[in-house]
Design a protein around this ligand. Structure first.
Ligand code: FES
Length: 134
């Protein structure tokens, strides 16, 4: 499904966002099973669109309109640099598997502060998370 982008004009990409993908299909040379991607985001973008634009395919069944919970991620750092969770998101995220205190729906997390932000894409979603070539 085509993803809805945030409709705001974005400024320069100044905020560091690191995405940690659990259990990518291949192990790293050191045997670890996570892949890390350090990206730059602009304020006003949401975490889902930043990922997709850089070839990290987080599942997003509803197209980013807070009507599913497939874009569930964990915010490991920088929660205070993201827009606050609203009631609609809280209701949705409760339906997601593997709910944690730092669970968010990536399509609802607007980058607002200076970061750095660290986002973990959990292993339960690994079959849906694919590296796509640039
Ligand atoms: S893509 Fe459906 S809630 Fe985020």
């Amino acid at each position: 499904m085509h993803m809805r982008h945030s409709d705001i004009e974005h400024g320069p990409a100044t905020v560091k966002v690191k995405y940690i993908l659990e259990n990518p299909e291949e192990l790293n040379e050191d045997g670890s099973d996570t892949a890390e991607h350090e990206l730059m985001a602009a304020k006003g973008e949401h975490l889902l669109e930043v990922a997709i634009e850089h070839g990290i395919n987080i599942e997003h069944s509803c197209g980013g309109v807070c009507a599913c919970s497939t874009c569930h991620v964990y915010i490991e750092n920088g929660m205070d640099s993201l827009s606050e969770s609203e009631e609609e998101e809280e209701d949705r995220v409760e339906e997601a598997p593997g709910l944690q205190i730092n669970s968010r729906l990536s399509c609802q997390c607007l980058v607002e502060g200076d970061g750095p932000i660290v986002v973990r894409i959990p292993s339960w979603n690994r079959n849906a998370v694919k590296e796509v070539p640039h």
